[in-house]
Design a protein. Sequence first.
Length: 86
Amino acid sequence: MATPDPGVYISSAQMYQEVRDLAQTVSRIESKIDGILDETKDIRADIADHELRIRTLERARWPLPTIGVLAGVAGAATGAFALFVR
């Protein structure tokens, strides 16, 4: 008959060291995540700035086609007026 396997024995010192290593690993991960979150805040600020500048450019650009249409209508009206006055 075979003797039963006594299993694995983990001493308190080994368990303590593993817990300490795990705590250090979690601390490193937390610091990396904090760095990533800081970078995303900067990215969000940059995106908001770009969005504001794009909106400003879009608002400044809309009168150009309108002015072109009005000039065309004014030219057509002037031409029609000149044609009918004769």
